[in-house]
Design a protein around this ligand. Structure first.
Ligand code: AVJ
Length: 346
């Protein structure tokens, strides 16, 4: 995954340009999103390098975002359910930490299911900026949230948060100064980053959230069998989600991946405390992209995702060396999942 590439100019997706220019609607998003050409460029690089590997951010086109929503409902996929229960049970304590009048920013807001739980407990939040790489998914969810919370300013931002991006100007406070920003990064999506990348992301987040803090969900190290099941569900939804990477390439980039010729392969690597997800070629084959031919031998892999797990202490130490003071932490009784309140030291 690209962590700190040079700052890129904001590019607007063509399908959103009309919406953005055509209306002054509260939910028109500003965009700095990954475009098909980013995907083409990164897939080309992925197929060229050894080992082959592509950023999991490309899972989330409209179809992939919908598949991810189905993963969250699976019996084996405990993180979403457990984190939602933590938000419900400890929402008041979290609201105490966050304070009144928050200017909220969510990294990877998806369907807004989690912020809705938090909003039940928060004291008069002023603004919510959901950031998501899937513009279409983001728009629908933001509009629905705005309709349900007329007093909250909902300002969706279609952006790839693994790259530098700009936020709307801070909200002025009565008198002087600006409202501190509060980040929300649920779901253990930080786990997609390697520890080095995670440090980089947290440092940038700390600067962005100067004077405020970050509420972040982190999946915990546990019985490998439980982890294995969560990424190898019986219904095959995770397999479909993984294979959507290739299906998306066929749709958007005109590649000719044979979706029946790749297997979903996910396993827990306890030394690195991470799930690894791969697409493994069932037989020798080749695929075309941008007029070039790329060969796979039987058993060759395209690595698509890491999902790092942390201990509570391990994560607090990482946060402490990345621009935050770790304050409160909430866990379920089985210690499956954790939510942390980190105060920015920037
Ligand atoms: C959205 C990155 C938190 O790592 O568990 C779910 C994505 N991949 N099943 C995770 C995912 C396979 C998920 N995150």
């Amino acid at each position: 995954m690209n962590v700190s590439p040079p700052s890129i100019p904001v590019r607007m997706a063509p399908d959103l340009r009309a919406q953005l220019l055509g209306s002054a609607h509260a939910c028109a998003p500003t965009t700095a999103m990954a475009t098909p050409s980013d995907f083409a460029h990164d897939l080309l690089a992925a197929l060229t390098r050894r080992p082959r590997s592509i950023s999991p951010k490309y899972f989330y086109d409209t179809a992939g975002s919908a598949l991810f929503d189905r993963i969250c409902e699976l019996p084996e996929y405990y993180p979403t359910r457990t984190e939602l229960a933590l938000l419900d049970t400890f929402g008041r304590e979290m609201a105490e930490c966050i304070g009144a009048g928050a200017d909220l920013v969510e990294f990877g807001a998806g369907s807004n299911v989690k912020i809705r739980r938090l909003l039940r407990a928060l004291h008069a939040p002023r603004r919510f900026i959901p950031i998501d790489i899937s513009a279409e998914h983001l728009m629908g969810a933001a509009q629905a949230l705005q309709d349900d919370h007329p007093g909250l300013q909902v300002r969706p931002l279609a952006a790839d948060f693994t790259r530098p991006f700009d936020l709307p100007t801070p909200l002025p406070l009565n008198g002087h100064g600006t409202a501190p920003r509060v980040g929300f990064f649920p779901g253990s999506s930080l786990g997609n980053f390697t520890p080095v990348e995670a440090r980089g992301f947290l440092r940038r987040a700390s600067a962005l959230l100067r004077g405020g803090g970050l509420l972040i969900g982190i999946d915990l190290v546990k019985d490998p069998a439980v982890l294995h099941a969560a990424y190898n569900d019986a219904q095959g939804v995770t397999a479909a989600f993984n294979l959507n990477m290739l299906a998306r390439a066929n749709r958007e980039l005109g590649t000719d991946f044979d979706l029946t010729a790749f297997d979903h392969y996910a396993f827990y690597q306890p030394v690195h405390q991470r799930i690894e997800m791969h697409l493994v070629a069932r037989r020798a084959q080749h695929v075309h992209l941008a007029g070039r031919r790329f060969d796979f031998a039987a058993g060759d892999s395209l690595h698509t995702e890491y999902s790092y797990k942390y201990t509570v202490e391990g994560f607090r130490a990482l946060a402490a060396e990345s621009g935050f003071v770790p304050e409160a932490v909430w866990c379920d009784p089985q210690r499956l999942f954790s939510v942390h309140w980190l105060r920015s030291t920037a």
